[in-house]
Design a binder for this molecule. Sequence first.
Ligand code: HEM
Length: 388
Amino acid sequence: MGLRENLAQLPRHFADSFFRSAAFTGARRQAALVANTWFLHIHPARMHPYSLRVTFTFGLGVFAFWLFVILSATGILLMFYYIPTTDAAYATMQDLIFVVPFGRLIRNAHRWTAEGMVVVVALHLARVFFTGGYKPPREFNWLVGVGLLLLTLALSFTGYLLPWDQLAYWAITVGTSIAAYFPLFGDLLRALLLGGETVTEQTLIRFYVLHVVLLPFLLALLIGYHFWRIRKDGGLARPRALPTTENVLSYPRVLQIELAILLALLIVFLPLAYRFDAPLGAPADATHPPNPAKAPWYFVGVQELVSYSAVWGGVVAPVLLFIALLFLPYLDRDPRGVGAWFAPERKGMVAAGSVILLALVAVTIIGALLRGPNWAFYWPWEGWPGPK
Ligand code: HEM
């Protein structure tokens, strides 16, 4: 082949070399693209159409994945400016908002996608629960998911402190004081988190390292393992009656769906970040606690329970819920109803899960919206005065 021909074929030859599929044509080429390309290899070459139904998964796991990617990208950009010291942290946040080109947009996008990820991961867990997706052989991947949930919460919690404003300072003070209710090792746990008795620069540097290095690294590793397990466990759980002979080629359908989900996220979060600013209160002041001081919203339910009883609300209830999550897939192994939403064969489990979910939502709403100064109860129409 002459130089002229090679030049004309350059895009195709480059694509063949990248996707390693030159030797194939037609359907075999589509299958080879997936099997031979590193980043597509995460998918199986063929999938059951049942797993691709929007109303089965709502794409929630993929939403969570892309949110993590967006958070990593915006987080790296923020790191170019942010300085994790008590003298500089708040000032660099102001610089980001008022001086750095696109700084406000990037900060807002990082903040809103972080809140979004907590919600989406929780919804994904609920989806897997209500479709029985945790049952054998997927028990271990459910445990990996529980690890992902904890890491997502820890990432959000450690990020909360970094603006070093009043909201951050007191939310972390309240959040870490809940940890201290644990019997035996509660004080140690809090001291380890804070690097002392109260929130100081020691805490800021600890949270910063956890937030930008250790936790994202662990989350990326665990997401990779989660995806690998989905493949090894035979794809998504589906009703046993469905034959595998209906499997279809996954490329390009799955990639298109995944890219559409990324596009949907950008369409929602870019205008949101443009229009609504992430909160930034007054600079942190250890001598002026706001009244009420609230934990981040996803822990405010626990704070609400603590207001009734420190031990039952702060320790017993969260620990029981955690133990239930860990043991669920090993104790509920009946394959009937797997792969269908709210299957009648699972009505006891579905009812129990719904009650727990509603209770969690209820205590979160009460703690977040209906509690005012001194943790007194306020109806919204009575005009909650807001934190002082
Ligand atoms: C960073 C967080 C997470 C990411 C990125 C993620 C991603 C995914 C993706 C892409 C899927 C394929 C189907 C779908 O989109 O629903 C999936 C399935 C699954 N996930 Fe997650 N996940 C996360 C957290 C969790 C959590 C918190 C749990 C539960 C405790 C969980 C348990 C499972 C299980 C058991 C499956 C297989 C479900 C089935 O076969 O129907 N994941 N995950």
